[in-house]
Design a binder for this molecule. Structure first.
Ligand code: CMP
Length: 156
């Protein structure tokens, strides 16, 4: 099982889409193992986007991501990182495929509703940043798992 971090950016929360977007991940069969809503401190957002710090849009991005509440989710599932990235869609919401979250719900490049970890290293680092206390990640048994996956083939 893989774990990944998802953020609902301020535009998603302000537009009242948090529930709609969460429903997509749950309906897919991803397990929710962490969830919080916060206006995150600037230091957290700066660290999260440190890879972009030389880019011209960095300061605007930090300002936007600290402008209002953000929802942070930890999700678990087989190949969860790639699965979530496909559900989210291309960075530019106007070009994202219909059926994806950005393709169905957004029109903007910068205000693109959702962040999702793009690699195992990023997921581990980002989960540690947004859920620093191990107790915020909940280990629980999803009784539906034998119906979401093929037990013999996929759950070993
Ligand atoms: P995401 O891919 O989740 O993480 C980096 C974010 O920076 C990206 O979403 C956009 O919100 C924003 N971003 C990336 N590239 C640009 C750009 N060229 N101009 C403005 N914002 C950008």
């Amino acid at each position: 099982m893989e774990r990944t971090l998802v953020l609902f950016k301020p535009d998603a929360v302000q537009r009242g889409l948090a529930g709609t977007i969460l429903t997509r991940f749950e309906a897919k069969g991803l397990k929710l193992i962490g969830l919080k809503l916060r206006q995150f401190p600037e230091e957290t957002i700066r660290e999260h986007y440190a890879v972009h710090k030389e880019r011209p849009f960095y300061e605007r991005l930090v300002e936007y991501m600290t402008s209002g509440p953000v929802t942070a989710l930890a999700l678990e599932g087989l190949d969860a990182i790639a699965v979530v990235r496909r559900l989210v869609g291309a960075t530019n919401s106007r070009e994202a495929d219909p059926g994806t979250i950005r393709g169905d719900l957004g029109m903007s490049f910068s205000n693109n509703l959702v962040h999702a970890s793009d690699s195992q290293e990023a997921a581990a680092q980002e989960l540690g940043l947004f859920f620093p206390d191990a107790a915020e990640i909940v280990e629980w048994t999803q009784n539906l798992e034998p119906w979401i996956y093929n037990t013999a083939e996929e759950l070993g």
